[in-house]
Structures are given as structure tokens and as C-alpha cells.
Write a protein that binds this ligand. Structure first.
Ligand SMILES: [Ca+2]
Ligand SMILES: [Ca+2]
Ligand SMILES: [Ca+2]
Ligand SMILES: [Ca+2]
Length: 282
């Protein structure tokens, strides 16, 4: 079901408000134009899901966080990430995009996050990594919204991975003790980590997820066959920060930004049927 107005309680932008300000003298054409804008605004809350063709690779990228491997050069970027609520919200401040590849053993994921202040604090596996700025991977192979996988990484490379038997609105549970079997991942910082004295260019993520990690979670073929379609999404959490005595911290009381590949239309990543379609190519 589509929620065109989303869940965020945010004021109507003044420019839009002015556009609809009542005037009994407005000609019919202007009212029709207003109706058209309203219709577009409604539809923007129900944006179509993104899609991507994940190409097969003969050679595996080296999982070191750097995306300069030859296989990645041949893979297309996803569309730039947008606000989780979609086009009705402002374009994200910093660019984020991803790539995917596959072979008989692994699904490979790469992400590039533009970021002038690369910082992270959490170091233990399965800490709540989205309390730092992070990159998040969501995979539901069969798209049935059950038994799906979430992986979060921060710029230290700390992993928070969990298995969701069902969505939170379907009462979960989310099993954080579950670790992706055989997961390989790395991050690389293009700049300096936790050093606010300079301006960084960003950080990148590289992950290899073995197909066997999904055994027991789905009845789809592992590895997939060319033409198979899996439901996936990617998200980036970005907090407002402040700097005291050379150290970063979150601005207290401020909500996070959520920038995603396939817009959800509301502030909730756990609506798998709004994730994107990833088709496996030859
Ligand atoms: Ca690499
Ligand atoms: Ca599933
Ligand atoms: Ca875990
Ligand atoms: Ca820095």
C-alpha cells in the first residue's frame, strides 16, 4: 500500500503553500494547473522502485574498500541516492551511489559516499552502527518481505548484520546475533578518519556476500541464474555533527538524514516491497 504523504510531520514549503493560496478571482486555467501540481505531488509520494542490472564478472574484485579494480570499471553506477521519502524531499547534501557484480561464489557490492567529514566511533561487531554515519545493505532474495538480511558498515569497517524473520511492523524478530556466513567487507577513506582539521573527499565500501549465506532463508536458486530478479536496497545514514576539541560528535536532538537508492516514500527502510529490483545479467 502506498502512503503518498509519508510519515514525517514536516511543514509545507512556503513556495508550495503560496501556490495554493485561495483566490476567488483566479481563472479556471490556474485552478486546473493547481490540480495538476497536486496530482504530481501525490504521485511523487509513490515513486516507482529503482532497478539495476547486476553483471556477471569473470574476475573477482579485491575486497580492500578501494573501487579501482578492473571488474568495477565495467559495472554501471546506480542512480544517485535520494531522500528516503523521495523527490518530495530535498536532494541529499552529498552524493552516494553503488555498484553490483556477481559470480558463482559471491554477490559483490561497492558504494561510494561523498563526505567532507569522515568520522566513526563504533568498533564492536553488532553495535548499533547506524548511531554513526553508515552505509546499509538490504537483501530479500525472493521479495516475500520475510527472512531478509540487513548489513550496516561505518567508516571504521565495523559491521552490524542481522536477519529479519519479518518486518518490524509484522513484529519481527530481528536477530542481530546472526552473522552473514562468509561475509567479506572492507572500507577505504579518501581523506583522514576522525580528523576534522581537513576536508575529506569521502569513503567507500566493498563487500562480497557468498550465495551460501542465503541457504535456508529462501527457495530461490543459489547462485541465481541470469534473468533472476532479487529485491534489494541501500541506505546511508548521515547525522549532523559538531566538533569539540578536535573530536566529532552528533548534534544532540537532531534527526538523522536517510539517503537511499530506491525511495521508500516514508521514513522506514523495512518495507521490502518498495526496494529496488536487481536483475542478474550474463
Ligand atoms: Ca577493491
Ligand atoms: Ca524473503
Ligand atoms: Ca550479527
Ligand atoms: Ca578528515
Amino acid at each position: 500500500m502506498c502512503h503518498p504523504l509519508g510519515t514525517g510531520v514536516r511543514p509545507m514549503p512556503s513556495a508550495i503553500y503560496r501556490h495554493f493560496h485561495y483566490s476567488p478571482y483566479r481563472p479556471l486555467g490556474a485552478w486546473l494547473a493547481c490540480l495538476a501540481v497536486l496530482t504530481i505531488a501525490f504521485l511523487c509520494g509513490c515513486e516507482s522502485r529503482r532497478s539495476y542490472e547486476c553483471m556477471r564478472t569473470e574476475s573477482a574484485p579485491e575486497i580492500d574498500g578501494r573501487l579501482d579494480d578492473t571488474p568495477w570499471q565495467r559495472a554501471a553506477w546506480t542512480a544517485d541516492f535520494v531522500d528516503i521519502e523521495g523527490a518530495k524531499r530535498p536532494t541529499p547534501t552529498y552524493r552516494t551511489r553503488a555498484k553490483m557484480l556477481w559470480d558463482d561464489q559471491y554477490l559483490y557490492i561497492a558504494a561510494e559516499l561523498e563526505e567532507p567529514h569522515v568520522w566513526a566511533t563504533l568498533r564492536e561487531r553488532d553495535e548499533i552502527v547506524f548511531n554513526d554515519n553508515d552505509f546499509e545493505i538490504f537483501i530479500d532474495p525472493d521479495g516475500d518481505t520475510e527472512n531478509y538480511v540487513e548489513i550496516e558498515l561505518n567508516a571504521l569497517g565495523t559491521i552490524f548484520d542481522l536477519l529479519l524473520k519479518r518486518t518490524y511492523r509484522d513484529k519481527g524478530p530481528a536477530i542481530r546475533e546472526w552473522n552473514v556466513p562468509g561475509l567479506r567487507s572492507a572500507v577505504a577513506v579518501d581523506g583522514t578518519l576522525n580528523d576534522p582539521s581537513d576536508r575529506d573527499r569521502g569513503w567507500s565500501v566493498e563487500a562480497a556476500i557468498p550465495w551460501q549465506a542465503f541457504e535456508g532463508l529462501t527457495s530461490v536458486k543459489l547462485p541465481p541464474e541470469a534473468g533472476d530478479v532479487w529485491r534489494m536496497n541501500f541506505s546511508r545514514v548521515e547525522w549532523e555533527h559538531e566538533i569539540h576539541q578536535g573530536k566529532y560528535s552528533r548534534v544532540p536532538g537532531r534527526p538523522e538524514n536517510n539517503w537511499v537508492w530506491s525511495p521508500q516514500g516514508l521514513i522506514d527502510m523495512h518495507v521490502p516491497n518498495r526496494w529496488g529490483d536487481v536483475t542478474f545479467g550474463d
